[in-house]
Design a protein around this ligand. Structure first.
Ligand SMILES: *Cc1c(COP(=O)(O)O)cnc(C)c1O
Length: 395
């Protein structure tokens, strides 16, 4: 990692990051930071985690060349998909939950809580807790419960208690606030597994660390298959964990253009483009780019994909965009749905609506003369999105 992207002691990335939390949470965060640092040095921890990633989760995931998609887009690009959709439970989230549950065990915690938007982080947390026989409570907004019904059922089948959240916009932001409230009340017995590179230090660093395996594998795989690094690495961004997972391995390769694709939403309904259109603000314990109204209140956001429907973004991504190392673009709801249909019919792969935002950007890269070799993180599979797609054209 380049030194400019290694957080200082207080977890800052430039002017972003930090730890803006009630005093009662400080001991929990300091304990977690220490446990993470110790685990990084501990051979036994690393062996246990990589064994779980291999045998329980299914790593390494393949890097797949989408040649019929290349043809559809005009034959200019080589397109390689990092198949996190093939990871157990259907998205990249499990890389992080496995790492964090191992940390929770080391800290002697007896209960796990989590928030979830699309339900993928909730499902990964529920699966991991079932695997370790540890109690699990997941907070989920009522709007998301409705649009991601299959994931609600999966969590319950694996023994998690799902608590519906009916405050605010009844989506991910409100579920996160509820989970933080629970943690404040039970910090001694409970570990809070944040599902993305957001929240107070050390979460952004810790989650990026557990997701780094995506980029490490992809970098070795593309060198093996193409003999060179990609011109572009592309990922969708909600909080930013699958993006940081991929980009982490290319931060010190200045010739690899990093492209973050945010939710451009729909006219009249809004968007969730915090990198592109946010301003400095504090949400859920960290300073980052945040969508807010003229009075600094968190603005309502919209995306067809529940996993991107969040007004903030990880502080490291805000910093990478700020200093020009990473480009932030967006794709609309409609473009994402079109990209989902295109990959499904061209390649027989039904992508998550979140990942479809990244896929939509391929049409832009197909016209960009600086792009020739693309690695795109296919962060998850789309089975969970069938209710959202129903009734839309072409479904
Ligand atoms: C959760 C999720 C996302 C968004 O979260 P990030 O932290 O930005 O990666 C993207 N894709 C899928 C499939 C997800 O489940």
């Amino acid at each position: 990692m380049s030194t400019s992207d290694t957080p200082a002691i207080d977890g800052r990335f430039g002017r972003f990051g930090g730890r803006f939390v009630p005093e009662t949470l400080m001991p929990g965060l300091i304990e977690l930071e220490a446990a993470h640092r110790a685990a990084q040095q501990d051979e036994a921890f690393q062996v246990e985690l990589s064994g779980l990633l291999r045998d329980f989760a299914g790593r390494p995931t393949p890097l797949y060349r989408a040649q019929r998609l290349e043809a559809e887009l005009g034959h200019r690009l080589h397109i390689w998909l990092k198949r996190e959709d093939l990871l157990h439970t259907g998205a990249h989230k499990l890389n992080n939950t496995l790492g964090q549950v191992l940390l929770a065990k080391r800290m002697g915690k007896t209960r796990i809580i989590a928030e979830t938007g699309a339900g993928q982080h909730g499902v990964a947390t529920a699966a991991t807790c079932a695997r370790f026989g540890i109690g699990c409570t997941v907070y989920m907004g009522e709007v998301d419960i409705e649009r991601q019904a299959p994931n609600l059922q999966r969590m319950k089948l694996m023994g998690a208690e799902v608590r519906p959240v009916d405050s605010g916009s009844r989506t991910l932001k409100d579920a996160t606030s509820e989970a933080i409230r629970d943690w404040v009340a039970h910090v001694e017995s409970t570990h809070y597994i944040i599902g993305s590179v957001v929240g107070p230090h050390p979460y952004p660093t810790l989650v990026a660390d557990f997701q780094r395996v995506i980029g490490q594998e992809a970098r070795a795989q593309i060198l093996n298959r193409e003999g060179r690094l990609p011109s572009h690495a592309v990922a969708c961004v909600g909080g930013g964990s699958n993006a940081m997972g991929l980009f982490g391995a290319f931060l010190d390769d200045p010739d690899v253009q990093l492209v973050a694709v945010e939710a451009g939403g729909s006219p009249g309904e809004g968007h969730a483009s915090s990198l592109g259109r946010g301003q400095d603000g504090v949400l859920h314990g960290a300073m980052s780019l945040l969508l807010q109204d003229s009075e600094g209140q968190v603005a309502p956001v919209h995306s067809i994909s529940a996993g991107l429907d969040y007004p903030g973004v990880g502080p490291q991504l805000a910093h990478l965009a700020d200093r020009g190392r990473m480009q932030a673009v967006s794709a609309t709801d409609e473009e994402a749905v079109a990209a989902l249909h295109r990959l499904s019919t061209c390649e027989g792969i039904l992508p998550a609506l979140e990942s479809s935002h990244a896929l939509a950007h391929l049409a832009v890269l197909a016209e960009d003369s600086t792009a020739d070799l693309v690695v795109l993180n296919l962060s998850g599979r789309g089975d969970k999105d069938l209710p959202s797609l129903q009734g839309r054209e072409g479904s």
